[in-house]
Every structure is written in C-alpha cells, then in structure tokens.
Write a protein that binds this ligand. Structure first.
Ligand code: HEC
Ligand code: HEC
Length: 358
C-alpha cells in the first residue's frame, strides 16, 4: 500500500513535469547566468539543516535488524555459489573496493556479456524507496533474488541455490541463528541480504563536518559550489537531502534511447527516459556516470547540465540551460568531492567450504 502511494505520488509529480515542459519546449530559454559568488536562495544556516544525517538506520517492521541476519546476509552477498556457474557473487558487481559498483560503464554478467545498464551502488539504500534505475522493484527484499535468476546476470535457479546452501552445515547454522530454524528458503535469503544491505551506510564526509559547524572542513570553492548547487544551478531540485537524491525519476536528456521508467508506466509521457536520481554520496569514486555509463568525469557531467542535454517532450521541467563558467564547474566539482567519506574497509566473510556427502 505504502509503495502504491509512493508510486502514485511519483506519477503525479512527473505528470506536473509533463505540463510544465510545454512552456519550456516553446521558449528554449537563454542559459541562466550564474555567478560563483551567488547568494544562497535561503539563509545558509537553514539550507544546511536540510542535509543533516539521520541518527539511526531504519529497518522495516516485516524484516527487523538482527546481527545474525546481517552476518548471514554478508556471507550470501559475497558467495559466488549464488550464481549458476558459481563464479560470481553480488559483490562481484557491487564491489566494496569500488564504492559498491564495478568501475565499468555497464555491468558484465556471468557469461561475460555486457548488461543494458550501469551497476548502481548498494549504499544508503535503507532509506531508498523504489529500487533499480527504473523503479521496477518495491524493496530490497523484492530485489534480492532477481539477479540470481536473471540469465544475463548470475544465471542460477532458486532450487539450485537453496540445495547448494542446504548442503553446508555452516549455512544451516547461520540460518538457525538468524531465523530460529535451519530452513533455507528464497524469502529468508532475500531477508538476510536486504538486512546486510541496509547496514551499508557511507560514513561522515568532510561535507558533514562542515554541516556540523567545522568551517575548516571544506574549502571556499566547495562552499561556493554548495551555494550554486542549491541555488542557480538547481541541482537540489532532484539531488535533495543528506543522500542527495529525491528517489524520483527524471529525464535529464541523455542521448540513450533506453525508455527507463517509461517502460514500467507506459502512457505517462514524462516518465519516458526517466531514471532514478542517483545519490551523490562518494560520487567521485564511481565514474563512469549515468545509467549507461556514458559520462566519464564529474566535469563532463557538469557540461551535460550546462548545455549538453537533449530537448524532448519528456525532459524534466527542472532542467534549464546553465551558463556555467569554468570557475562554476570547478566549484560544483569541488563541492561533490567533499561528499566522499573515508569508510573503514569492510571485513569480507569467511565462506563455508564443507559440503556433506551425498
Ligand atoms: C552482473 C552484475 C551484477 C550482479 C552480479 C548483481 N548486480 Fe545488482 N545491479 C546490477 C545492475 C546493472 C543494476 C541496475 C539494473 C537496472 O536498474 O536495470 C543492479 C541493481 C541493484 C540494486 C538496486 C539499487 C538501486 O539503487 O536501485 C540492488 C539493491 C542490487 N542490485 C543488489 C544486488 C544483489 C543483492 C545481488 C546478488 C544477489 C546483485 N545485485 C547482483 C548489477 C549486478
Ligand atoms: C531533473 C532532476 C535533476 C537535476 C536538476 C539534476 N540532476 Fe543530476 N541526475 C539526475 C538523474 C535522474 C540522474 C541519472 C540520469 C541517468 O542516468 O539517466 C542524474 C545523474 C547525476 C550524476 C551522475 C551520478 C551517477 O551515479 O552516475 C551527477 C554527478 C549529477 N547528476 C549531479 C548533478 C548536479 C551537480 C546537478 C546540478 C548542476 C544536477 N545533477 C542536476 C537528476 C537531476
């Protein structure tokens, strides 16, 4: 029910975009002039309050946190036996050494063939709403078995995976600790993986220390970038809140012909080519950028927003040509660099190795 409401509000919100776009299409405005010393649209102190980090990670009532479940989820996430050929785990693509992504333009499946879209990071998703670039999954639980059984990704079957796991005494123990008995089911596998994923939270970055009052935590260029981001460059219209995403779907005018969320909700014109707003946390660790990996650097992303996007009926009404000076680009990029945290290395699990006879 809650998800239906979310989905509906996304549709309504995008439908408004659809109306506003008519005006934009008629008068493709001259680039909005920017100034590095632009004043913030609202007092800086109030603006900063919008970016405070939450104190605790939320877990849903139907899958509450337990240390045993998170520990099991960690093992499953990094276990290649969840793929048909037993060569690829979730962590192969969502690699913690690469900011939970893979450094590639698009993911590569277990048969070494490229997928249609880039691997998104599985970070700060405890606060996420709809999952995937096109929002086709309702929750982390709903998402988890998808890649296992997708032929182009891990190419396994659920009975095959359940029987592999059931043959390992250590897994039976882990399911016992997490769920009270040894039964191994796809629902339990999903619940454990989702619990682990919710524990993956990016740590405090220099930006957060600045928000908390340490003026020396970030430089002047980044401070000017923050003002641009929230003011004339209009980035915060979509990259809002401490995760820098509104969890909405927008067409930002990339050349890709992928229909994105439009394929999920055909008939809503403004959702054509609309993709989920990515988080900007640790963004400088995750090149190349966009759902198709088509943009190689943050400066190139800025050039896209300035003048590089396509005008088409589905383009978000929040997209305006921007007269970004070189200094503005430097400042916005400097600001984005301050969103990167130095997180402690994740301790990889020791995976079960012994199988029973027969
Ligand atoms: C072959 C590479 C690959 C493997 C293996 C893989 N993923 Fe992904 N993952 C992707 C890609 C690509 C997407 C985006 C697909 C799309 O949106 O259409 C994605 C999306 C996701 C998302 C949605 C993130 C968001 O922000 O919406 C989650 C969560 C996720 N994967 C978890 C997992 C889990 C759990 C596993 C293991 C069971 C896994 N992935 C295995 C490549 C991979
Ligand atoms: C209309 C909403 C919207 C606005 C305005 C907007 N963005 Fe985005 N941004 C998105 C969406 C949606 C994507 C992903 C698009 C895709 O892959 O198709 C994205 C992608 C990005 C990426 C790449 C992220 C990644 O993980 O690949 C960066 C960086 C970025 N935006 C920064 C900015 C900055 C800086 C501004 C202001 C100059 C801005 N955005 C304005 C919605 C928006």
């Amino acid at each position: 029910m809650e998800n239906q409401v979310k989905r509906l509000s996304t549709i309504l919100c995008r439908a408004r975009d659809g109306l506003a776009i008519i005006a934009v299409a008629v008068a493709v405005a001259a680039p909005v002039p920017l100034h590095a010393e632009a004043t913030p649209p609202v007092p800086l102190a109030i603006l900063k309050q919008r970016y405070h980090r939450p104190d605790a990670v939320p877990f849903p009532p139907n899958n509450p946190f337990s240390a045993a479940k998170a520990d099991l989820g960690l093992s499953l996430f990094f276990d290649p036996r969840l793929s048909g050929p037993a060569t690829m785990s979730c962590g192969t693509c969502h690699n913690p050494s690469m900011a939970w992504k893979d450094g590639l333009a698009v993911g590569v499946g277990s048969d070494a063939k490229p997928l249609a879209r880039a691997t998104p990071p599985i970070m700060n998703l405890a606060w996420g709403e709809l999952m995937m670039w096109d929002g086709r999954k309702d929750s982390l639980e709903d998402q988890a078995t998808g890649p296992m059984i997708a032929a182009a990704e891990m190419n396994a079957t659920l009975p095959e995976i359940m029987s592999r796991l059931s043959r390992m005494p250590l897994y039976r123990d882990k399911f016992q600790s997490a769920f009270g008995d040894e039964k191994i089911t796809p629902e339990r596998v999903s619940a454990a993986i989702a619990t682990f994923e919710r524990t993956v939270v990016s740590g405090k970055a220099p930006f957060d220390h600045w928000i908390d009052g340490d003026e020396a935590a970030i430089g002047d260029a980044a401070k000017r970038g923050f003002v641009l981001f929230n003011g004339p460059a209009n980035c915060a219209a979509c990259h809002s809140g401490w995760r820098f995403t509104d969890d909405g779907f927008h067409d930002i005018g990339l050349a890709s012909t992928d229909p994105g969320r439009g394929a999920q909700l055909p008939g809503v014109a403004s959702l054509m080519h609309a993709f989920k707003t990515p988080t900007l946390r640790n963004i400088d660790q995750r090149a190349p950028y966009m759902h198709d990996g088509s943009v190689k650097t943050l400066a190139a992303v800025m050039r896209h927003y300035a003048t590089g996007f396509l005008q088409r009926p589905s383009l978000s009404a929040e997209m305006h040509r921007l007269a970004l000076s070189n200094q503005d680009v430097t400042d916005l990029v400097a600001f984005m660099h301050t969103l990167t945290s130095q997180d402690p290395a994740i301790k990889l699990p020791t995976l079960p190795t012994t199988e029973e006879e027969g």
